[in-house]
Design a protein. Structure first.
Length: 86
């Protein structure tokens, strides 16, 4: 079945068109929640806007989702060092 949580797809329309996405939840009336490589926030999407691939990942494993989407982990924020005032 193509329409299931964890299915990898490509977004065809919208701001993040052409980017890879992972289905996180199947909703009613042809809608799903997805996470894309462009926007990490879970968003609602019409299934007509997706092209499903033959890949599947574990939805509960955020590391595996990020690896599939090609998202690099954020670097740690380093506090600014106090410079010398003149």
């Amino acid at each position: 079945m193509l329409l299931e949580p964890g299915r990898v797809c490509i977004k065809k329309y919208g701001r993040d068109a052409g980017s890879r996405a992972v289905v996180t939840k199947v909703l009613s009336d042809g809608f799903v929640n997805i996470v894309t490589s462009v926007r990490q926030k879970e968003r609602r999407c019409n299934t007509r806007h997706l092209e499903f691939l033959n890949e599947k990942v574990d939805v509960n494993d955020k590391g595996q989702i990020n690896k599939t989407l090609g998202v690099k982990p954020k670097e740690e924020h380093k506090p600014k060092q106090a410079g010398k005032k003149q």
